[in-house]
Design a protein around this ligand. Structure first.
Ligand code: SF4
Length: 414
């Protein structure tokens, strides 16, 4: 799908440009040394855009310092501020970095006010040449749209189109759009719908692809690859982030594999083990036929890999469905260890969806239709959810996995 080209510093997204692999840091932005060190690490791994969370207005100064020092080290990789809820933070960040990711619908609970704030934000971005990503996720659609259309892929695309039109009406074309979901079927349908709607209206912005809360290890890689590769084969997608609950430098080679495989390339150097590359290849080979229901099974002798791919495509479930965010500067507990511990204690279960999320600000909304949730609440504290209800609050991190397992056992059929 031919899109408008969008220039983010020295990087072009869309148009005839190659697919841009990107990632997001998980340090606290106030910890400038750690943030800078991680930015260097992911840039050295090949990330072409680096996103950094900006939870508070005071973090904008830290972001500016990181950017200044990163540039002084000779790195030209553009930085992206990740902002939730606050148009004030988004406006401040738009003055210091090349790109800002926002969900405009969350700027205010009153939809008209959210529109007004988005218009103010666009004016600042126009003045400073800042690119925006309108980033809507399946779990964070506004009430106004869910009430009308349900929590569906169509609702996601329609919600995005409102902001796409506002940008076009303001003659603002520095726009990238994303519609992520942890459910691969929902994610693919949402992007297809949005691509169709933008083409119909004649304003086709580049798309940032990603599966949210994909988890880690082979499962996280496979889940991301089946969905992203399906869209890239259809010509949908211009920049990609593979979200893993792992150090962010691990995400980059997977994104590069996809960028290289589906071009137009510029073939980037990949740093993958033979095993990892074989897993990514199988996920990309079989993802689209399974997701498009052209096949019901795949001729793989490796039962484990076959099961993983079938589950990622939601065709057969052989273990719990895990939803885990990658963590970011909002995460105040050891998310990666907790997720491993939860998996180790629950992997024998079936027909259950378990979420492990980094923060209480976005975690509960983003964990979508999980049956149980383990959500970081503050420094070393966790809240446990059953469905959408918080049932045990302020649990010390050291006890939280035990309590989650008890909660799940109590809800299992005899
Ligand atoms: Fe960061 Fe996870 Fe919270 Fe999203 S849910 S803002 S990735 S900690």
């Amino acid at each position: 799908m031919k899109t408008l080209p969008v220039k983010v510093g020295p990087v072009t997204i869309g148009g005839d440009a190659p697919i841009v692999p990107q990632t997001m840091l998980n340090t606290r932005t106030t910890n400038i040394e750690a943030t800078l060190a991680q930015a260097v690490k992911v840039a050295d791994a090949g990330a072409q855009l680096i996103r950094i969370t900006v939870p508070a207005l005071s973090d904008v100064d830290c972001l500016a310092t990181v950017r200044r020092r990163f540039r002084a080290l000779g790195y030209e990789v553009p930085l992206v501020a990740d902002v939730h809820f606050s148009s004030e933070i988004a406006i401040a960040a738009a003055k210091v970095v090349e790109k800002v990711r926002i969900n405009p619908g969350n700027f205010h609970p009153d939809h008209q006010k959210a529109r007004e704030r988005f218009a103010e934000f666009l004016a600042v971005c126009k003045e400073h040449g800042t690119v925006i990503r309108v980033g809507l996720n399946h779990g964070s659609l506004g009430r106004y749209i869910v009430d009308q259309y349900g929590n569906t892929p169509q609702a996601m695309a329609l919600a995005a189109m409102e902001w796409v039109r506002m940008c076009a009406d303001a003659s603002f074309y520095n726009v990238v759009v994303s519609l992520k979901a942890s459910n691969t079927v929902v994610m693919i349908e949402a992007y297809r719908e949005l691509a169709r709607m933008m083409q119909e209206e004649g304003v086709v912005f580049p798309l940032h692809l990603g599966v949210t809360e994909a988890g880690n290890g082979d499962s996280g890689r496979i889940k991301s690859c089946v969905a992203i590769s399906t869209l890239l084969q259809e010509g949908i997608g211009n920049t990609i982030r593979v979200s893993l609950t792992e150090p962010p430098e691990n995400e980059v080679p997977v994104a590069i594999y996809l960028a290289n495989r589906y071009g137009p390339a510029e073939v980037l150097p990949m740093n993958l083990s033979e095993r990892e590359e074989a897993i990514l290849k199988a996920a990309c080979d079989w993802g689209a036929p399974l997701l498009n229901h052209e096949m019901d099974d795949i001729p793989l002798e490796d039962e484990y890999l076959k099961n993983e791919i079938l589950q990622a495509c939601r065709r057969r479930f052989y273990k719990p469905e895990y939803i885990a965010c990658p963590g970011c500067g909002r995460t105040l507990y050891n998310l990666q260890e907790a997720f491993e511990a939860v998996k180790a204690r629950t992997s024998h279960l079936q027909n259950v969806v378990i979420a492990v999320m980094g923060c209480i600000v976005n975690g509960p909304g983003e964990m979508a239709d999980a049956d149980y949730g383990y959500v970081g609440e503050g420094a070393g504290k966790v809240t446990l959810y059953k469905g959408k209800e918080p049932v045990l609050r302020h649990i010390p991190e050291a006890e939280a996995v035990d309590r989650l397992v008890e909660l799940i056992q109590a809800g299992q059929p005899e």
